[in-house]
Write a protein that binds this ligand. Sequence first.
Ligand code: IDP
Ligand code: MG
Length: 139
Amino acid sequence: MATNRTFAMLKPDSVEKGYVGAILDKINATGFRIVALKMTHLTMADAKEFYDIHKERPFFEELVKYMTRGPIIAVILEKENAVEDFRALIGATNPVDAADGTIRKLFAASVSENAVHGSDSDENAAIESTFHFSGREMF
Ligand code: IDP
Ligand code: MG
């Protein structure tokens, strides 16, 4: 996995509210190339594994329930400085703290239902990408 890639999810609330097109448009407009994309529905086991790092946190059960309540859009994105630039594009975890113009400021409802996921490091981008996509699904 090249280090100029990141992994992202448009979470169930984004799909439910019809924000997929608008969020992908913003991602494209910011200069990211879509390397892989699919709609999928995480199982409880998938969500628990994906968010394993948070398993001791008080919001873990709420997070797993939210992430499995409907389909998500999984994407791999490519751009120079992808991980950092995508985190800047999505904004702070809590939309109240997110900068104007960020995806979470525009589309997130709360700290728990915050519209999008973005990898926090090149290492996690690679792990998360291969968790969701096979080599044949990456372009
Ligand atoms: P991040 O998505 O900005 O990297 P993390 O701290 O890694 O934020 O948390 C993962 C996800 O867990 C968040 O995106 C959000 O959906 C949820 N979450 C984080 N903090 C809280 C909280 O305090 N209450 C409820 N849900 C939370
Ligand atoms: Mg995180």
